[in-house]
Design a protein around this ligand. Sequence first.
Ligand SMILES: [Zn+2]
Length: 158
Amino acid sequence: MSAYREGDRTIVLIPARMSEAEERRWVTVMLDKLAAQESKRLLGDDELTERAERLSAQYFDGRARPLTVRWVTNQNTRWGSCTPAEGSIRLSHRLQGMPEYVVDYVLVHELAHLLVPGHGPRFWELLESYPRTERARGYLEGVVAAERLPQLPVVREE
Ligand SMILES: [Zn+2]
């Protein structure tokens, strides 16, 4: 599968035998990938912390207060993790280059864990305020499926 720009058109090449639903989903994934490649801007740890603070203000009235937010390269089985006692959030470097709304989703997810542990109804209620939760989860599932790796859940670390 590949996607590229041709003038003001975007061409997405996908296998012919896909169902319409699969096709729609993969076109979305490929367009996101293309947009991510084009932006290619990497956030440093300081910018990541600022971004987390902005997201906390926007979605949680600033109640989630991370002390440190940083990229880590030793985290290949989860997208993000959080240690509420330390107020620290870590994001897998594998998210670098993914669309901003996906990185934001993982940040919002970990910020929410500063307020609510675990993945119960109260947790997902909090995440409903972030409008692209479903889309971001779909994107990450697509990435995992594409790499044929086991599922990489976003989980909280004690
Ligand atoms: Zn989680």
